[in-house]
Design a protein around this ligand. Structure first.
Ligand code: SF4
Length: 108
């Protein structure tokens, strides 16, 4: 049996090569699941609901010295990321909020 990880998740940990040693000191280490948007929060949920649900992860980011590295490696816009990365809650690659509140949506 191979050791490849075939699970399909969007966590920060899986976007980051394990060679990135700073990950071992990141506040979210061992709690990667906190950075995922829960599956019951679909893209139809209001931004405020999603951001509120992601508050525990956002609070970890607030104490993280690696937000720049995290954003560079995950590239949330380019990867259409769903989850928390770099102190921001992302949905489908769009920044929707952070600890200070919800970010207004794009104009139609
Ligand atoms: S910025 Fe947030 S998600 Fe990224 S490594 Fe730090 S605590 Fe984890």
């Amino acid at each position: 049996m191979g050791s490849a990880d075939h699970s399909v998740t969007n966590t920060v940990s899986r976007r980051l090569p394990r060679a990135e040693s700073w990950l071992d000191d990141a506040p979210c280490r061992g709690m990667w699941w906190l950075t995922d948007i829960p599956p019951d929060l679909t893209r139809h949920h209001a931004r405020a609901s999603v951001v509120a649900a992601m508050r525990p992860a956002l609070e970890l980011c607030a104490d993280c010295p690696f937000t720049r590295q995290c954003l560079e490696r995950v590239a949330p816009r380019e990867s259409y990321y769903d989850g928390v990365c770099g102190g921001i809650c992302w949905r489908n690659g769009e920044a929707i909020g952070g600890l200070t509140g919800v970010i207004a949506g794009r104009a139609a």
